[in-house]
Design a protein around this ligand. Sequence first.
Ligand SMILES: Nc1ncnc2c1ncn2[C@@H]1O[C@H](COP(=O)(O)OP(=O)(O)OP(=O)(O)O)[C@@H](O)[C@H]1O
Ligand code: SF4
Ligand SMILES: [Mg+2]
Length: 336
Amino acid sequence: MSIGTEPGPIGATTDLLSVEDLVVHFPIRRGLVVERTVGHVRAVDGVSLGIAAGRTYGLVGESGCGKTTFGRAVLRLEEPTGGRVRLDGTEVTGLRSDRLRRFRSRMQMVFQDPLGSLNPRHNVDMLLAEPLKVHGVGSRSEQRRLAIETLDAVGLPSSVLERYPHEFSGGQRQRLGIARALMLRPDLVICDEPVSALDVSIQAQVMNLLEQLQGEFNLTYLVIAHDLAVVRHMSDRVGVMYLGNLVEEADSEAIYDDPRHPYTKALLSAVPQPDPEAEADRERIILKGDLPSPADPPSGCRFRTRCPWAADICAEEVPVWREVGDGHRVACHFDL
Ligand SMILES: Nc1ncnc2c1ncn2[C@@H]1O[C@H](COP(=O)(O)OP(=O)(O)OP(=O)(O)O)[C@@H](O)[C@H]1O
Ligand code: SF4
Ligand SMILES: [Mg+2]
């Protein structure tokens, strides 16, 4: 059993998105003539969380801990191995064909480089109309009207419709990526590292735009980032992920003011403080070693091979969730 399987104060019926015990394992295949499965990458291993309508949930953790896989599985771009995803009370995990397609239009993703994977020979008009075409929404003139309205919302003039992705700067490309995600007027937007490819000066502009659009389009966000500053700026709630599991979850302020899991403490200790006194007092917690392989995670607490507080019990028992404050939960054997 992984720690994420413990029931927590989440998944309330009022949540727009409710994820229960989500598991995504990728098979590892070997063999030249006959392929066989020799193991599994346990990319997401029992993650539960809920996001209230109109709120922003920040998911943080270092590279390879399963953040993108989690987001893709919520959208069913990756088939979950187990667990349940509900949008507005309807279980998305069981949907097939037409109903799945309809639900998919209510959930969209913004990527780090949203135009990188798109056809460079398509102009903005075609790129924005494409999601509408896929879902059979609107006539050609309605599609164009929607595109112009959406461009205006992200701060771009209608003249960009005839231009091509390579003609835009990083910040403009991200605005276009956001516009494309909004074309179907979704309820949930998963922003996967939305500003990590941008210059620092542009990052704030894009974060502010996302916040402004949230009110305008009544959006619920899951923001995925390894950068704690990005998540802090945008999130109401924050979840910290380590090697396929969630290890701590709380309202944004509580995570930053009173981190309780050693991994969260270590992540935060690496962030420079703007206040000179706090910066002088900042104690770095240096983690030993690298992230273990998700194909063979450590027994007990998955963080134990790098945790400065690890004790014998940590190798033997999986820590269960503990409530340490109002809506603040942590999966560690000790009260640190
Ligand atoms: N399609 C796949 N097949 C096999 N393994 C995969 C696949 N996609 C992801 N993985 C593995 O799953 C683990 C989690 O990857 P994921 O991309 O979700 O992490 P991440 O937290 O988003 O990392 P990053 O911050 O680098 O984007 C990694 O070990 C990765 O190599
Ligand atoms: S359970 Fe043990 S190894 Fe895991 S975070 Fe807590 S002290 Fe560290
Ligand atoms: Mg990722």
